[in-house]
Design a protein around this ligand. Structure first.
Ligand SMILES: Nc1ncnc2c1ncn2[C@@H]1O[C@H](COP(=O)(O)OP(=O)(O)OP(=O)(O)O)[C@@H](O)[C@H]1O
Length: 214
């Protein structure tokens, strides 16, 4: 069988803070339909890698390409292909739950935004909260909204930082199912996680990051 399309290619990624080397020469290739779980202790550098992958942080050395294009936060092609959930603080305070999702679906050219938004709202179980502002959501509901922003639009690569955070047990089970379905549909996934069940159920590969040196 032909190999699936290469979505993400990281070559010799090195990241230092001062004299401490957090990431040393990391190589990572992720094809369509593959999911990589980044694991390792607190401070091992998982979020640092993810921030570099989405262009929010700059590596000291190495290259990162998404679909053959160097990653940059401002490149429209990169933003079209990449959906990321790094934290759940990035909401407009005066837009409701449904307005956030609607805006994103339309901005990304989803053909039937009303239908897609409705389906995602049901999936993340935020239908009763759809008219609420982000500031009035519980912390788990805010996490669900953050995840919904990534699921309401198409993406070749999903980058998730500890997506299981603050979800209840049933929420983590739903998340595993959803990510498996996205993977089966050809999405490439890179996620940092401390949840063994989630990596076991979703990841096709695990990359354990080691101790920072310096
Ligand atoms: N802006 C910064 N300046 C200096 N050091 C930093 C900076 N950002 C991160 N670090 C350090 O880099 C290391 C890696 O941090 P990172 O957040 O990537 O770890 P992590 O593996 O995601 O950890 P956790 O499991 O706790 O989320 C830590 O020691 C952290 O203190």
């Amino acid at each position: 069988m032909a190999k699936r399309e290469l979505v993400l290619e990281v070559k010799k990624l090195t990241k230092r803070y001062g004299s401490t080397t957090i990431i040393d020469n990391l190589n990572l290739s992720v094809r369509a339909g593959e999911a990589v779980a980044l694991t390792g202790r607190n401070g091992a550098g998982k979020s640092t890698v993810l921030r570099c992958l989405i262009g929010a942080d700059r590596a000291n050395e190495g290259t990162i390409e998404l679909d053959g294009v160097a990653v940059s936060e401002t490149d429209p092609q990169i933003r079209r292909n990449l959906a990321a959930v790094i934290d759940d603080l990035d909401f407009f305070p005066d837009l409701s739950v449904v307005e956030h999702l609607d805006l994103l679906a339309r901005a990304h050219g989803v053909a039937d935004p009303d239908e897609v938004v409705d389906a995602v709202l049901h999936e993340v179980q935020l239908v009763p909260q759809s008219g609420q502002l982000p500031g009035t959501l519980s912390s788990g509901q805010r996490r669900r909204l953050a995840l919904a922003t990534a699921f309401v639009r198409p993406a070749k690569l999903l980058v998730l930082d500890e997506p299981e955070q603050r979800l209840d047990t049933e929420g983590v089970e739903w998340l595993a199912q959803r990510l498996r379905a996205d993977r089966a549909a050809g999405t490439a996934i890179v996620m940092a996680t401390h949840d063994e069940m989630l990596s076991r159920q979703v990841a096709t590969r695990t990359v354990e990051l080691g101790e920072p040196r310096g």
